[in-house]
Write a protein that binds this ligand. Structure first.
Ligand SMILES: [Zn+2]
Ligand SMILES: [Zn+2]
Length: 425
């Protein structure tokens, strides 16, 4: 038997109904905030991620699916391609390549699969799904304004609330800017030097490649050391400090609760100012549902014009896991099973099915060779409320027998009134 590759899975009904429920709800929210959908390729040139995500990150150094794509002809150059491990780099590439600022398109969202060769563990998939959005480019919709950051955060709170996910926590920090961060990096490096040798292997590596990432460490023994490290908040310059206060004041004004977590960092140079995570208790230690932040230097890092930006990515797999709704509760069951009764009645049943479906009735269609008893059994097993009997007499008289499977009640309904009758609960 051929199985799905390790770390992948089939999303099957009825679970897919839950995924569609989530995606419909987020599309509704994006719409009222005037975000528009973008669909970028699932693979991009490897260089995009090396530059856009960062060569020294775990994602780029260990987790990407990369291959050499040979040309079709001898003369074609081969190129290195990678399945996208995230979508921000692709969106910003598309923004630059299509000069989206000229079209006033700077609020974009995406929904789709991403790929990382992660160590297999519960709830982690090598093909996983993200819902994300980016606000890129100049004012009025873009810009560096703290109003933008607060608006994105308020949108996310709205989104989680609409999905019925309660008990989330918004954690917020400012990671400063290219003016104030170097002094902090220097102080952090100095503070780490004498203690690094006693820390975990990951921290020892981070101390060299990307000291900020030390704050991500979850190893208990390292926590007392990390507690004593200098914090970015002590190094923010006046402009960054004011920006952070402004974001918080707007959030307070729109009644979005948050906590400041000064250990919340993002490791790459182009990340600036606001960084955030929404966490949810039900998900345990790995409890972030989504994360994001401002990335004012990314467009330039990818060879584009200066373009301030802020974005986020929601782990859709984990979002679905945090729902309280069941798949059954969002799934619409078939409304009626049409049972053709007698030779030649398949045609009449097909006509009836066509008429009812035009009225948005969900129809299952039997076959004239089936006995009526079998029709009732099939409908009952599939929790279909009604069986509609399409026999010759009914077709001639224009009134059809409709049997309610749950109550056993059987009534005669005129053809023109069938749809309304069936849809009525
Ligand atoms: Zn600054
Ligand atoms: Zn550590």
């Amino acid at each position: 038997m051929i199985k799905a590759p390790r770390g992948t899975r089939d999303l099957l009904p009825p679970d897919t109904a839950l995924w569609n429920f989530v995606e419909a709800a987020v599309r509704d929210v994006f719409r009222i905030y005037n975000f528009h959908e973008i669909r970028t390729p699932i693979f991009e040139s490897t260089e995009l991620f090396a530059r856009g995500v960062g060569e020294e990150t775990d994602i780029v150094s260990k987790e990407m699916y990369t291959w050499e794509d040979k040309g079709r002809a001898e003369s074609d150059k081969s190129q290195m391609l990678t399945l996208r491990p995230e979508n921000t780099a692709g969106v910003v590439r598309a923004y630059i390549e299509n000069k989206l600022w000229d079209r006033g398109l700077n609020k974009l969202f995406y929904i789709g699969p991403q790929f990382r060769r992660e160590r297999p563990q519960k709830g982690r998939y090598r093909q996983f799904y993200q819902i994300g959005a980016e606000v890129i480019g100049p004012a009025p919709s873009g810009s560096e304004s703290p109003a933008r950051d607060a608006e994105v955060l308020e949108m996310l709170a709205t989104l989680l609330d609409r999905l019925g996910i309660t008990g989330w926590t918004l954690e917020l920090n400012s990671v400063g800017c290219k003016d104030c961060r170097p002094a902090f990096n220097e102080a952090l490096r100095k503070a780490l030097e004498p203690v690094t040798a006693t820390m975990c292997a990951d921290c020892q590596r981070r101390a060299v490649t990307n000291p900020l990432r030390v704050f991500d460490c979850k190893v208990p023994a390292d926590q007392p050391i990390i507690e004593k490290l200098p914090r970015l908040s002590e190094f923010l310059d006046d402009a960054c400090r004011k920006n952070f206060v402004d974001v918080q004041e707007i959030l307070t004004a729109v009644e979005i609760p948050f906590t400041v977590n000064d250990r919340l960092v993002r490791g790459l140079d182009y990340y600036t100012r606001t960084a955030f995570e929404f966490t949810h208790g039900a998900l345990g230690a790995q409890n972030a549902i989504l994360g994001g932040g401002r990335y004012d230097g990314l467009s330039e890092a990818l060879g584009g014009p200066p373009a301030p930006g802020i974005g986020f990515a929601i782990g859709e797999d984990r979002l679905v896991m945090s729902l309280t709704q069941s798949a059954e509760s969002v799934l619409r069951k078939p409304d009626v099973y049409i049972a053709p009764l007698g030779v030649g009645m398949n045609r009449e049943a097909a006509r009836l099915a066509r008429e009812l479906r035009r009225h948005d009735v969900i129809v299952e269609l039997g076959d004239e060779s089936f006995r009526l008893k079998k029709a009732f059994e099939t409908a009952s097993k599939a929790s279909i409320r009604y069986v509609l009997i399409a026999g010759e007499n009914e077709a001639q008289s224009g009134a059809f027998t409709l049997k309610n499977i749950e109550s056993g009640e059987q009534i005669s309904v005129a053809r023109a009134e069938l749809a309304e009758r069936i849809r009525k609960r």
